[in-house]
Design a protein. Structure first.
Length: 100
């Protein structure tokens, strides 16, 4: 027969009430990353693309070649797209997925 003396019970806790239960088994599984439409990254990308396309449409190319042409606008949109894809790839690479 085991007897305990003092404020400790048989589980070794100092509380006279029930022992502390840890909720390790109730944790949510880690998700990879947020979907892209839920990030501010996508909003900034879309606003940047819209700004570049509007600027290339509004600003005319003068006869001396100075200005902002549609070619330059689409080139900048391509660079923005590559940057966005790289940033999403890095975000997914830095996350963990416990199902793999």
């Amino acid at each position: 027969m085991t007897t305990t003396s003092g404020p400790y019970d048989a589980t070794g806790t100092s509380s006279p009430t029930s022992p502390v239960t840890y909720r390790d088994d109730e944790r949510r599984p880690a998700r990879e990353t947020k979907p892209s439409f839920k990030t501010t990254e996508l909003i900034v990308y879309l606003l940047s693309v819209l700004g570049v396309l509007i600027a290339s449409w509004v600003v005319d190319v003068r006869p001396d070649g100075q200005g902002f042409s549609a070619y330059q606008g689409w080139f900048l949109v391509t660079l923005l797209t590559v940057g966005y894809l790289i940033s999403r790839g890095l975000a997914k690479a830095g996350s963990r997925d416990e199902t793999r």
